[in-house]
Design a protein around this ligand. Structure first.
Ligand code: SF4
Length: 295
């Protein structure tokens, strides 16, 4: 299932790229800026600011959607068995459904529209959610892209079974791999996941000769200290990886938590400014790593 296709991206690998966002992620990072991409199922977003009280959604789902006093609706999401039936019911787009099943052919058609812009170094970047959760789809999709000589990058948390990675590694040109923390307790507390799974996969990828660029989200209260970041950089350097990107925490996803009616654990934190991550990049550069800061 796909939840977005973003064209003409220049931040997610070389050249001009088409980003495809796969729905579903095994982690629940407290700062996630794509919360609508975490569930493997459809996700209902409701933007009260756009609601004109037209009531079309209630005609479709009269049990689970009720008008509330004053202005707007209350949605009992757990009672909606098939959210996709609400996809196009709201004329003012206050209520939208995220997530759409696409075939390999559907995606290839979209990609072909952008292909003239890839030139020598652009291509497709798989993002999410966690694209490597969906290998059954990826195997034929990557084969089709390879036949068309379209380069593919993947943005991944590496928090999947090694078998998932092994199944697609031949079809991926560059792994843009997150390394959020090396401390297993902190990783578990803030993401719900297992840091060992990430580092074990990373070691296997590097040993197999894959091109890997590490991306570290710089997150206040989690890893945004020189001591913790030095530890992460030392670890990356010890693996022989040559390039690292530092991505400062931002709050662009905050509104989506409201639209999903779930709490945003990172509400109290301010965005991290680019200059706050420069000392981390300098430390990495002194070790001989190429670095990039910002999204
Ligand atoms: S790994 Fe990425 S998509 Fe998954 S929860 Fe964390 S920030 Fe969100």
């Amino acid at each position: 299932m796909i939840f977005n296709i973003q064209r003409f991206s220049t931040h997610d690998g070389d050249g001009i790229r088409t980003l495809i966002f796969f729905k579903g992620c095994p982690l629940h990072c407290q700062w996630c800026s794509n919360p609508e991409g975490i569930s493997y199922d459809h996700t209902i977003l409701y933007d009260k600011r756009l609601c004109r009280d037209l009531g079309e959604c209630m005609k479709t789902e009269s049990r689970a959607i009720r008008r509330i006093n004053g202005h707007g609706i209350r949605i009992e999401r757990g009672q909606i068995a098939h959210p996709e039936i609400l996809r196009d019911v709201c004329p003012s787009r206050a209520l939208t459904v995220v997530g759409e099943e696409k075939s390999v052919e559907d995606l290839l058609q979209e990609i072909e529209k952008d292909r003239p812009f890839y030139r020598d170094n652009g291509g497709v970047t798989l993002s999410g959610g966690e694209p490597l959760s969906q290998t059954a789809f990826l195997v034929p999709f990557l084969r089709a892209l390879k036949e068309r000589k379209i380069p593919v990058n993947v943005e991944t948390s590496l928090h999947v079974k090694w078998e998932n990675i092994a199944a697609v590694v031949e079809g991926i040109n560059t792994f843009l791999a997150d390394l959020k923390h090396t401390d297993t307790k902190k990783f578990r507390a803030f993401t719900g996941g297992n840091a060992r799974m990430v580092t074990d996969n990373l070691k296997k990828l590097v040993a197999g000769g894959a091109r890997v660029i590490i991306r570290v989200p710089v997150i206040p209260g989690f890893n945004h200290t020189q001591k913790e970041m030095n530890h992460i950089i030392d670890y990356v350097d010890s693996l022989g990886i040559k390039e690292m990107h530092f991505l400062p925490y931002h709050t662009l996803g905050m509104e989506k938590y409201r639209m999903m009616n779930i709490p945003y654990p990172y509400e109290p934190y301010k965005p991290v400014r680019d200059e706050e991550v420069y000392p981390y990049a300098e430390y990495a550069q002194k070790k001989g790593l190429r670095t990039k800061t910002g999204g």
